[in-house]
Write a protein that binds this ligand. Structure first.
Ligand code: GAR
Length: 201
């Protein structure tokens, strides 16, 4: 059984896609052991509770120092003892300590085709605003392993999505979620649960 901890910051539609895929068997042999949010009012926490999954929040404002916040996040992870950490719209950069501890066992979903529109400052709706500004005709989503850099880890899965002439950042975000994110994130977790993904080198 693969134990996963899911880290979130907002609405949690990707979390919901994982919950649904575990429930209907598209993700095999996997249990979501804890959901961790850095926002106390994130709707993702409610989604977890609705499905009987333990949900906790660890917010930056609870701690005077960033270091203490990072330690609290690590503790929240360690308590859950996950085999895999899934960043599903988690908009905090993880500390080097967490990355070291879970090296090769953290994956992230990013709403563009990396290496386009990624790195520092590219998150959520901003990614789609920049894609529209640049006038790309194809965008998409990427699932990748997390390393010490920002969106630089090994790419596991990508899916392309068409940009339409009349798109707004919101309509494009929705299409990228529906056609790409909600599919490739559960698919990747299932592949990891089946042991069919390995990092070489
Ligand atoms: C998703 O589009 C996800 O790809 C993005 O935040 C959104 C969260 O939505 N993540 C990033 O931008 C990470 N750099 P959700 O809370 O509904 O899953």
């Amino acid at each position: 059984m693969l134990r996963i901890a899911v880290m979130v910051s907002g609405g949690g539609t990707n979390l919901q896609a994982i919950i649904d895929a575990v429930a209907d068997g598209r993700i095999h042999d996997t249990e979501i052991v804890r959901v961790i949010s850095n926002k106390a009012d994130a709707y993702a926490l409610q989604r977890a509770k609705n499905s009987g999954i333990e949900a906790v929040s660890v917010t930056r404002s609870e701690y005077a120092e960033r270091l203490d916040f990072d330690r609290a996040l690590l503790k929240a992870l360690e308590e859950a003892a996950p085999d895999l950490v899934v960043l599903a719209g988690f908009l905090v950069v993880l500390s080097p300590e967490i990355i070291k501890k879970y090296k090769g066992r953290i994956i992230n979903i990013h709403p563009s085709l990396i290496p386009s529109f990624c790195g520092e400052g590219y998150y959520g709706l901003r990614v789609h605003e920049e894609a529209l500004k640049r006038g790309v005709k194809i965008t998409g989503a990427t699932v990748h392993f997390v390393d010490e850099g920002c969106d630089t880890g090994p790419i596991i899965m990508q899916k392309a999505v068409e940009v339409r002439q009349d798109d707004t950042p919101e309509t494009l975000q929705r299409r990228v979620m529906e056609q790409a994110e909600w599919k490739i994130l559960p698919e990747t977790i299932d592949m990891i649960a089946r042991g069919s993904i390995r990092i070489k080198g």
